[in-house]
Design a protein around this ligand. Structure first.
Ligand SMILES: Cc1cc2nc3c(=O)[nH]c(=O)nc-3n(C[C@H](O)[C@H](O)[C@H](O)COP(=O)(O)O)c2cc1C
Length: 209
């Protein structure tokens, strides 16, 4: 069993990485591996709403832009059993490059295997904006038919340097608890295909016509 964790921070080994490491370590105690993939610091384009991905057959969908990490993440998501999103808070929201990744990753990929993957989300913040940013991350999961691993508080850890994160004892425990719940979901959904609901053809309205 394997989980893909996306580190959406500009810092490869910063606070968001620390948070994802806590989740990864807990998953390991539940016999689940976790690959933490950093989105890097190269420019990442936002979605240009070209709809090229929507015209591709299920199982082959990818973003029309093939020159950054997004399509590699979509490919990777087809081989894993769970997903975790991690971002630092920038101006009380998702960090910019991560927003670009997520818009394209979920628009191109969520009709495929990303949809239905058990998933969780973590946020790292110095002070304020943690829960609004977590809400933003959860929007991608709730758009995509994903069973979400929650915790007993919101999965936000505090700090501005990596060594701060372990000192946020309640935050760390909240992440461990989320990881346990994610492992529980993944194990409970081993036979997910057997019970997967058949989806109705999409009705798409824009409230005008
Ligand atoms: C551009 C920018 C905007 C930020 N905005 C906020 C903010 O709105 N609220 C906050 O508490 N911290 C803010 N921070 C601090 C980071 O959220 C915090 O240091 C985070 O833990 C860094 O995680 P990282 O080491 O993975 O990058 C901001 C940092 C940057 C670089």
């Amino acid at each position: 069993m394997k989980v893909l964790a996306i580190n959406g921070s500009p810092h490869e080994k910063g606070c968001t990485y620390e948070a994802l490491q806590i989740v990864s370590n807990e998953l390991k105690t539940c016999a689940i591996d976790c690959d933490i993939v950093h989105i890097g610091t190269d420019p990442i384009r936002g979605c240009i709403a070209c709809m090229a991905c929507a015209k591709m057959a299920p199982g082959t969908q990818k973003c029309a832009f093939d020159d950054d990490i997004v399509n590699a993440l979509i490919e990777r998501s087809r081989t894993v059993d769970g997903l975790i999103l991690g971002t630092p808070v920038h101006f009380s929201g998702i960090a910019g490059s991560m927003k670009c990744v997520l818009d394209r990753f979920f628009y191109a990929g969520s009709k495929d295997r990303i949809g239905y993957l058990p998933a969780g989300a973590v946020v790292s913040v110095r002070r304020t904006g943690g829960s609004t940013t977590l809400d933003q991350l959860l929007h991608y999961l709730t758009y995509s038919n994903m069973p979400i691993a929650s915790s007993r508080y919101w999965t936000v850890v505090h700090g501005s340097a990596p060594e701060d994160v372990s000192k946020d004892l309640e935050g760390v425990q909240t992440l461990r608890h989320m990881a346990k719940n994610l492992a529980w979901l993944i194990n409970s959904l081993k036979d997910y295909k057997e019970y997967m609901p058949e989806m109705e053809p999409r009705i798409s309205t824009n409230f005008i016509r």
